[in-house]
Design a protein around this ligand. Structure first.
Ligand code: C6P
Length: 412
């Protein structure tokens, strides 16, 4: 942990970029600690989206007119920004989707058409978000494919011995989360990818929670697919990315038909467009893609390392205060952990915790976090989760702690 880097960061100045942070909720200053669900959007991203609507709006790839070309240029420029952000080798490896969920469904539906055979296995982990479970159930299990699950240890780390045993010749895909949205565990994805590749097995990485907090280099990771959403990294909702290696995307059939994804159509036969358009049927979320480009530029203007260092500082600070508190336990204590804290309060339901904190102006998420199998693993229905972003402060963590004490007083 480099505290110098953290000190380098002027959080007050960063906060000024987020107008929403100065509003009040229930008469109290907003303390926004639900960044794992959706982070807030800085002025620069809002302004870029507004500029698109006020000055550039037109459909892309369709018109010869000036505005359509301007919109196309901005939209394709954002694709290159994403390519550079995750260090993809080729621009056409970046497919726009509506988010992580859509991206996983696209891969699952496409692989189910030509790749999986009856008796094949897909290896997931016990800490997956529903998006990385149900997509495979819908698209692959109906083809006779079985889902096998890598267990999670008590501290929230993956059981890597079990992983090695489960990685048999029957496995045709490993799909795992990079950073757990509940436990904060940073999974050793490079290790998993290398082991899987030794057996010729492709790997999909769910980067929904990692892109806002860690540098991603898909070429170094060597993952076959990497998916993420804009709204968790200071961008707009309804847009995300499917990165796939060109070798895979070229041989994968499209799963949605419509405009822009075709080369030639007749009632007898249709030929598909080249990558990436083959997977982008219909009018896309143009302002969303441009907004994601602006969100990446915002992140780069601060520097991902500085952001990660500050968030790590917040995690260490919050953990040091909350861990010793009577009647509260933290779910997920992995050695490699991102800035997510899931709390369990003795005899108090997380929804009550969330509601009382809300009355104090503090936004946390309460629930199963779309990870019910993980809840089952730990024998709990839900947790209260605080997740930090670059604009959060130690004072806000102090407010959270005061809020938790108030919850305890109310239930005492
Ligand atoms: N997790 C959370 O509060 P979408 O909804 O498609 O943008 O992202 C789905 C998703 C997939 N994988 C992981 C690891 C995620 O955290 C999420 C979204 C939110 O934790 C909403 S449930």
């Amino acid at each position: 942990m480099n505290t110098l880097l953290t000190n380098d960061l002027d959080i007050a100045k960063v906060r000024e970029e987020f107008p929403i942070l100065s509003r009040q909720v229930h008469g109290k200053p907003l303390v926004f600690l639900d960044n794992g669900a959706s982070s807030q959007m800085p002025r620069s991203v809002q302004e870029r989206i507004r500029l698109y609507h006020s000055n550039e709006h037109a459909n892309v790839h369709r018109g010869v007119h000036y505005l359509s070309q301007t919109a196309t240029d901005s939209y394709e420029k954002a694709r290159v920004t994403v390519q550079n952000f995750i260090h993809a080798k080729h621009e056409e490896e970046i497919i726009w989707t509506s988010g992580t969920t859509d991206a996983i469904n696209t891969v699952a539906a496409s692989l189910a058409q030509f790749y999986f055979k009856e008796g094949d296995e897909i290896l997931l982990t016990e800490m997956e978000h529903h998006a990385n479970i149900v997509s495979w159930q819908i698209h692959a299990v109906s083809k006779g494919v079985k889902i096998k699950v890598i267990p999670v240890l008590d501290n929230g780390e993956l059981d890597l011995d079990a992983f090695e045993n489960l990685l048999t010749d029957k496995v045709k895909l490993v799909s795992l989360v990079h950073i757990s949205n509940v436990l904060g565990t940073v999974n050793p994805v490079k290790f998993v990818i290398d082991r899987a590749h030794e057996k010729g097995i492709p790997v999909l990485v769910d980067g929904a929670q990692s892109t806002p907090h860690s540098k991603i280099d898909v070429q170094h990771l060597d993952c076959d697919f990497f998916v993420f959403s804009a709204h968790k990294m200071y961008g707009p909702t309804g847009v995300g990315v499917l990165y796939g290696k060109k070798e895979w995307l070229s041989k994968m059939p499209p799963v949605r038909g419509g405009g822009d994804m075709i080369m030639e159509v007749s009632f007898e036969k249709t030929t598909y467009n080249e990558l990436p358009y083959k997977f982008e049927a219909g009018t896309p979320n143009i302002s969303g893609a441009i907004g994601l480009g602006a969100a990446i530029e915002f992140i780069q203007s601060i520097g991902l390392e500085k952001m990660a260092a500050h968030e790590h500082d917040l995690l260490v600070y919050a953990t040091s205060i909350i861990e010793p508190m009577q009647g509260i336990s933290i779910l997920g204590t992995a050695k490699e952990k991102a800035s997510i804290i899931s709390l369990i309060m003795d005899e108090i339901h997380p929804h009550d915790v969330g509601t009382i904190l809300d009355m104090e102006g503090i936004a946390v998420r309460a629930g199963h976090h779309c990870a019910q199998p993980l809840m089952t693993r730990f024998g709990i229905p839900a947790t209260s989760r605080a997740s930090f972003a670059v604009y959060n402060t130690k004072e806000e963590i102090d407010a959270l702690v005061q809020g938790l004490l108030k919850v305890q007083q109310i239930f005492a």
